[in-house]
Ligand binder design. Structure first.
Ligand SMILES: Cc1cc2nc3c(=O)[nH]c(=O)nc-3n(C[C@H](O)[C@H](O)[C@H](O)COP(=O)(O)O)c2cc1C
Ligand SMILES: *[C@@H]1O[C@H](CO)[C@@H](O)[C@H](O)[C@H]1NC(C)=O
Ligand SMILES: *[C@@H]1O[C@H](CO)[C@@H](O)[C@H](O)[C@H]1NC(C)=O
Ligand SMILES: *[C@@H]1O[C@H](CO)[C@@H](O)[C@H](O)[C@H]1NC(C)=O
Ligand SMILES: *[C@@H]1O[C@H](CO)[C@@H](O)[C@H](O)[C@H]1NC(C)=O
Ligand SMILES: *[C@@H]1O[C@H](CO)[C@@H](O)[C@H](O)[C@H]1NC(C)=O
Length: 382
């Protein structure tokens, strides 16, 4: 009797500490209720209804250090916040009187067929979220028919990631410009031998990663080993090191876009690296608008991919309407991977539903019909 009373007293004292409240970091409030979650324990995937929910779940489960390593951006994170915020400044024009009974999201990227115009962008160390690491990203992407582009700084080797894919699955691979030339040529050879079909060559953080205060609190900043002298002659020399098509990733100005067109690249990838390198760099929407204004020939002459802060199907539609052929997701797949492949598959399917639903509501039956008439960007001042 006395012990039962003591127990209920104990419970009432302890109960408030069991309910998890998590700082949502200003993400849109869509009613996610974390009160039944336990800190450090994977919440049920059924509780998860969008990509922001997955970030909060990852924040609940991962160590502070690993969450910071994924979440961090550079300096004051102005660019990181701008990436998330820019889409709220764009109005979508939905046209009535169109037949949307058959929604087509499939497209080609560098000539290869994919089910969706969005892809899993390269992000280092998927193993910090789940021991399946990049294998679950490759597998989930393959089953959904979307593109996955593993990072050269992955947890698993180039060869292991290639093997984790489905039969016939097309993947590209990211590479950095290492100052160690034999490392560069060795990796390019291994990427080609393992069956990857193209290289995303990241050109936005030569020599240095950017000062990422949030993650530096947990780890020492270190030399990246990237070349600091990567100029146009060095780029020309690098193109001779592989027969795979090369796509420069991290284009942030219309001038560089035009340079890449003149150099005959098949595509460019507009990105500020998720705000992790140059804080203050413009968002992808702004860079695409700049290219449209100053170098519109880029869109006719090459494919343009883009990323940064894409969390909703509508965000992807905005970038597609502004001229992107495909749109990358960086952090969301890493967060989704706390559940392994099941989480990544759910992320892809939730995002695909948002994309197809919003297309239908805009009166767009096929992703290739999206053009600038579908967006009003008057609130973006260039
Ligand atoms: C944890 C993490 C690791 C990343 N690692 C790489 C990398 O190794 N190579 C690269 O080119 N980009 C890397 N990126 C940048 C992504 O490819 C992508 O440009 C960016 O994350 C897109 O922004 P988002 O996270 O808002 O979607 C990384 C991003 C994150 C968040
Ligand atoms: C890509 O899809 C098109 C149209 O469905 C088809 O004609 C083509 O054969 C496909 N290509 C590959 C390599 O599967
Ligand atoms: C350069 O890369 C090669 C091949 O990966 C490696 O064997 C060698 O140790 C590296 N050299 C230095 C100085 O790091
Ligand atoms: C690249 O290879 C081509 C053909 O072998 C050659 O003509 C060119 O000079 C090479 N360029 C560089 C920068 O090495
Ligand atoms: C990783 O993913 C697997 C499913 O692949 C899951 O069972 C497990 O709970 C996840 N978490 C960890 C910490 O491995
Ligand atoms: C852009 O899309 C609108 C709406 O579908 C269409 O009426 C218009 O012809 C398209 N413009 C171009 C240049 O394709």
């Amino acid at each position: 009797m006395l012990s039962a009373m003591f127990f209920s007293l104990l419970c009432s004292v302890l109960w408030p500490t069991l309910a998890v409240t998590i700082d949502m970091e200003g993400l849109p409030d869509t009613g996610l209720d974390t009160s039944s979650w336990t800190t450090g324990v994977l919440p049920p995937l059924d509780d998860i209804w969008d990509l922001n929910d997955m970030q909060i779940a990852a924040k609940n489960v991962l160590s502070k250090k690993f969450y910071a390593s994924y979440r961090t951006a550079a300096l004051n994170e102005y660019t990181y916040q701008a990436n998330l915020g820019i889409y709220s400044k764009v109005r979508l024009n939905g046209f009535a009187f169109t037949d949307t009974s058959n929604i087509q999201t499939s497209t080609t990227i560098l000539g290869f067929n994919f089910s969706q115009p969005f892809f899993i962008a390269p992000a280092a160390k998927a193993g910090h979220a789940n021991k399946s690491a990049e294998a679950s990203l490759a597998s989930a992407a393959g089953k959904a028919g979307i593109l996955y582009v593993p990072s050269i700084s992955s947890t698993l080797s180039i060869e292991k990631i290639a093997k984790a894919g489905q039969a016939g699955q097309v993947m590209f691979h990211q590479e950095y410009v290492w100052s160690n030339r034999s490392r560069l040529t060795d990796e390019l050879d291994r990427i080609e031998a393992a069956g990857f079909k193209a290289i995303f060559l990241t050109v936005d953080n030569t020599g240095i990663n950017g000062v990422r205060t949030r993650s530096m609190r947990f780890t020492e900043g270190s030399d990246t080993g990237h070349a600091t002298n990567f100029d146009l002659p060095a780029l020309a020399a690098l193109r001779n090191m592989t027969s795979l098509p090369i796509v420069p990733k991290g284009i942030k100005t219309w001038q560089d876009a035009r340079t890449c067109l003149a150099l005959g690249f098949p595509a460019i990838y507009v990105s500020n690296h998720g705000g992790r390198v140059l804080d203050g760099a413009p968002t992808a929407a702004e860079v695409l608008l700049d290219i449209r204004r100053h170098a519109p020939e880029v869109f006719a002459g090459m494919e343009v991919y883009a990323d940064g802060g894409v969390r909703r199907g509508t965000d992807a539609l905005i970038l597609l309407a502004l001229g992107a052929r495909a749109v990358g997701l960086g952090r969301p797949p890493m967060f989704a991977n706390i559940w392994g492949e099941a989480g990544v598959s759910r992320m892809i399917s939730l995002f695909a539903t948002e994309l197809a639903t919003s297309m239908r509501l805009m009166g767009v039956a096929d992703v290739h019909q999206l053009n600038a008439s579908h967006v009003n960007t008057n609130q973006i001042v260039l």
